[in-house]
Design a protein around this ligand. Structure first.
Ligand SMILES: [Zn+2]
Length: 280
């Protein structure tokens, strides 16, 4: 597997963001990235059945869709990836591997499991990108350790995913509360800084504020990233095992169909035409 995936690392990196691009092209896409689980009571949300059919029967498809479906969608993706391995369908394996990585990582982000996903309910707008983009961009490359060991076989993908989603939901309070606490004792003019990015002046959380916040969180973001990386590897591995461990050594050439190529182009078009305000 490592030879196959290493060979295609550029494709996988580039296409891991396709699900976000698709949100600007396909209406149903948005719900696949999150779950506003706090709409189902309080932690650990026992009211919400983990089984899709039971959940839909209890709450209606509209409600379930509206509140987000990431834990269920991940199981669909794992099933599709297993099928692609069975058929030794290289382009399918690559596309699905890249995309399941996206959804798995989203499921590890605490604010993807909260209706207050961008702090919009508590005057903390911007915290979403602060946690998942600004701080990793500042610290991941030089300060964080991403040697996470070997992929593991996941016996029960549903249980695994729900456990991660519940951890995210439990952590979302901390993510919001600590930002509020830090803001209240940080000099207001030092919370944000202005930086020149490719000729455009942008306002962003200052380096000092970002580092102080990361310290308050005691490594939470690095930990969640490590867990999500291991989860991605483990889902790839599990799908391959469940497909009967097909030999990947002679698979080469991506053979993308004209439909695949057309889809990639359309995703890029939708992405470049997006309204920046809608970014989640
Ligand atoms: Zn996403």
């Amino acid at each position: 597997m490592i030879a196959f995936y290493k060979q295609n690392i550029d494709f996988l990196s580039e296409h891991a963001v396709d699900p976000d691009k698709r949100r600007y092209a396909v209406k149903e896409e948005g719900a696949r990235h999150y779950i506003d689980i706090d709409h189902y009571g309080t932690y650990p949300f026992n009211e919400l059945p983990h089984n899709w059919d039971s959940a839909v029967t209890k709450f209606s498809i509209e409600t379930i869709q509206q509140n987000g479906i990431v834990p269920w969608w991940l199981q669909t993706m794992a099933y599709r990836l297993t099928e692609a391995f069975k058929q030794k369908n290289v382009s399918g394996i690559l596309k699905l591997s890249a995309e399941i990585g996206h959804y798995l990582a989203d499921a590890h982000v605490p604010l993807h499991a909260s209706s207050n996903h961008n702090g919009q309910l508590t005057g903390q707008r911007g915290i979403h990108g602060f946690w998942e983009s600004r701080i990793p961009e500042l610290l991941a490359e030089n300060k964080w350790d991403f040697f996470i060991g070997k992929a593991e076989y996941i016996k029960n993908p549903s249980d695994f995913i729900w456990k991660r989603v519940l951890e995210s939901a439990a952590a979302s309070d901390t993510v919001l509360k600590y930002e509020q606490q830090l803001t209240s004792r940080f000099p207001p003019d030092e919370k944000f800084s202005f930086e020149n990015r490719n000729g455009v002046i942008i306002r962003q959380y200052s380096t000092a504020f970002s580092i102080a916040y990361d310290q308050l969180l005691k490594g939470m973001i690095e930990r969640r990233m490590r867990q999500s990386i291991l989860a991605v590897a483990s889902f790839w591995y599990t799908s391959w095992v469940n497909a009967g461990q097909p030999d990947l050594t002679n698979l080469s050439g991506k053979d993308f169909t004209p439909e695949d190529v057309k889809e990639f182009e359309e995703l890029n078009k939708a992405w470049s035409n997006r309204n920046a305000d809608e970014e989640h």
